[in-house]
Write a protein that binds this ligand. Structure first.
Ligand SMILES: [Zn+2]
Length: 246
């Protein structure tokens, strides 16, 4: 079984000991969690996880290999969640869907405006706008041919650095039937500068600096888990969770 020291982050494969201690730090090591199921991860966590994946496997493999689809979708959702957090001044979390085919991810925040905790969730379907495709409406139209619940949001990652006329794109897309409640396109404008453009229901654009937005969220923990206590909904911050890289 794989374990990790929560202090020095040393990883070790340990057999025959279910409660090992770190030989260097003398603290209990944490056993690996092998599924994303039910975990709410902060934008910071999923964004830095992609960075670690690139360090481990190289840019090409990490950003194209089908093995890492979930991590890439988490990154795309994390960037979008980071932008939403910046725009709305609240803490959004990313959950990867591990059982159903759709949505790819869910974003959550805790709404306390009514005086009690109420979880707000956005279901996200992710699609990549690949470099070799000139017209993003082709990608969107293709996704729009399938049926989705009306609260679903389509999030498109622009991987090609092309300029967008958001107004024009909105007009073009809305000429056809759209099964999504919202459609967003996100992409990198320059090193450390992200943009997110909403195409549906109406045109809107928001740019943000990744480092600055992450800095504002530095108090947000890494991982939360939803608790089911009768009818009340709460989410609890987990301590150190050891999620080994794939
Ligand atoms: Zn240690």
């Amino acid at each position: 079984m794989k374990f990790c020291c929560p202090r020095c982050r040393r990883e070790q494969e340990i057999i025959g000991d279910t409660k090992p201690k770190c030989l260097i730090c003398d603290v209990s090591m944490v056993q690996a969690t092998n599924s994303y199921k039910g975990l709410w991860m902060s934008p910071r966590f999923v964004i830095s996880r992609m960075k670690l994946l690139i360090e481990k496997y190289g840019y090409q493999d990490a950003t194209t290999n089908g093995r890492f689809k979930k991590e890439r979708e988490a990154w795309t959702s994390g960037m979008y969640a980071l932008g939403l957090s910046e725009m709305q001044n609240r803490e959004w979390w990313v959950e990867i869907e591990t059982v159903e085919q759709t949505p790819d991810t869910r974003l959550h925040y805790m709404d306390q405006s009514s005086g009690r905790n109420c979880i707000q969730t956005q279901s996200i379907e992710i699609v990549d706008w690949e470099e070799h495709v000139d017209d993003p409406t082709k990608v969107i139209k293709q996704k729009c041919q399938r049926a989705y619940p009306p609260h679903f949001c389509l999030l498109m990652l622009a991987r090609n650095g092309k300029n967008l006329d958001v107004e024009l794109l909105t007009q073009e897309v809305l000429r056809h039937k759209v099964p999504f409640g919202e459609i967003w396109i996100t992409g990198c404008l320059a090193e450390g500068l992200m943009t997110m453009a909403r195409i549906v229901p109406n045109a809107f654009r928001f740019d943000f600096e990744t480092a600055r937005s992450l800095e504002k969220l530095k108090e947000q923990g890494d991982i939360m888990q939803k608790l089911k206590r009768g009818t009340s909904t709460e989410a609890q911050e987990l301590g150190f969770v050891y999620l080994p890289l794939p």
